[in-house]
Design a protein around this ligand. Structure first.
Ligand code: NAP
Ligand code: ZN
Length: 346
């Protein structure tokens, strides 16, 4: 077993504490990664707080992992010592089902193995990236391009791929009007990626507090959803809305902004059901869709796309002792735009 330092939480209302965890010895295809940075995703908060259902505590969250390869199993061919690598929201899948064979491992028919709060093929609970080391099978490790710093790379592993995948799938590009709801970790990536894909980008944020940043990141328009005029002005004008909000919204108000055949894709994942009047869809043949992260090959493609287009997450690097405070600030929408833990402070 390999010992790692970590930050764990013991229950939904508990603070983070220092912990020692064990990582498995390397199997033939395993890679040992010394984690340098781990992003804080709102999903970590939903999970740690038990909002998505019961979880196994102690829990070490973190699925935006950037680090360096420090050991490889005997059959590893993709990576060598010293490589700069990343791990996202999943660490394994069956590899055999129809979806895995299509490179959509996130939709593995037997269920992918999440980076934390899951159970691996050895029957052990998985523990995430708020930690100094992790062991992952090489097929679920991606390469971080040299031009992206490791701290800034971390958020790409979830926030980046979760927005890149639906933007790509629903054809964001020249001639498409795309709106991003919520200027948080995912939202600020969606703005940059949609802009780089050539779409006309609108941000729909609760207020205009982050307007300058939104425009600097590539948005063409920026509106406050607290202003009822926003919904009148934009009625029937948008082709695609990516909803990154972590809480429930009045969906019908957002559907009224879509064109004929427009789509709202929810990537935001609040724990409570949301209601929708089907008339919002029927009237203009609109669609409501969801999307979960992206496949491994697609994650590599996203990293290379971000490197090629000089897309970089805006981050605030924190020490391991500041996780509780960072959670509070994320919940207050006071994050610009991703907290990233420097694991050397563990
Ligand atoms: P985040 O950084 O907290 O950003 C969410 C943003 O939503 C906030 O910055 C805020 O933006 C807006 N918001 C928050 N509460 C709101 C409310 N009550 N009403 C209206 N707007 C509100 O979170 P994140 O890390 O980007 O994650 C966002 C959501 O995506 C979470 O639910 C997370 O679990 C989910 N997620 C899903 C996937 C997937 O695969 N589908 C992957 C990762 C994350 P403004 O201040 O601009 O309004
Ligand atoms: Zn995430």
């Amino acid at each position: 077993m390999i010992n790692a330092k970590a930050r764990a939480v013991d229950g939904p209302d508990q603070p983070f504490r220092a912990a020692e965890i064990e990582r498995r010895d390397l199997d033939a295809h395993d890679v040992l990664i010394e984690i340098k940075y781990a992003g804080i995703c709102h999903s970590d908060i939903h999970t740690a707080h038990g909002e998505w259902g019961p979880v196994h505590y102690p829990l070490v969250p973190g699925h935006e992992i950037a680090g360096i390869v420090t050991a490889v199993g005997p059959a590893v061919t993709k990576y060598k010592l010293g490589d700069r690598v990343g791990v996202g929201c999943m660490v394994d899948s069956c590899g055999e089902c129809e979806n895995c064979r299509k490179g959509e491992e996130q939709y593995c028919l037997r269920g992918n193995v999440p980076t934390y709060a899951g159970v691996d093929k050895y029957g052990e609970p998985t523990q995430g990236g708020y930690s100094t080391h992790i062991v992952v099978t090489e097929g679920f490790v991606v390469r971080i391009p040299d031009t992206i710093e490791l701290d800034a790379a971390a958020p790409l592993l979830c926030a980046g791929i979760t927005t890149y995948s639906p933007l790509h799938h629903w054809g964001a590009g020249p001639g498409k009007k795309v709106a991003v709801v919520g200027m948080g970790g995912l939202g600020h990536m969606a703005v940059q990626i949609a802009h780089a894909m050539g779409a006309e980008v609108t941000v729909l944020s609760q207020s205009l507090k982050k307007k300058d940043d939104g425009l600097a990141l590539g948005a063409d328009h920026y509106y406050a959803t607290s202003d009822p005029e926003t919904f009148q002005k934009l009625a029937g004008s948008l082709d695609l809305i990516i909803n990154t909000v972590s809480a429930n919204l009045d969906l019908d108000a957002y559907f009224s902004l879509l064109t004929l055949d427009g789509t709202v894709v929810n990537v935001g994942a609040p724990g409570e059901p949301m209601s929708l009047n089907v008339m919002s869809l029927i009237g203009s043949r609109r669609s409501f869709a969801g999307s979960m992260i992206g496949g491994i090959q697609e994650t590599q493609e996203m990293l290379d796309f971000c490197a090629a287009h000089h897309i970089v997450p805006r981050i605030e690097v924190i020490s391991a002792d500041e996780i509780d405070e960072a959670y509070k600030r994320v919940l207050a929408s006071d994050v610009k735009y991703r907290f990233v833990i420097d694991t050397s402070t563990m």
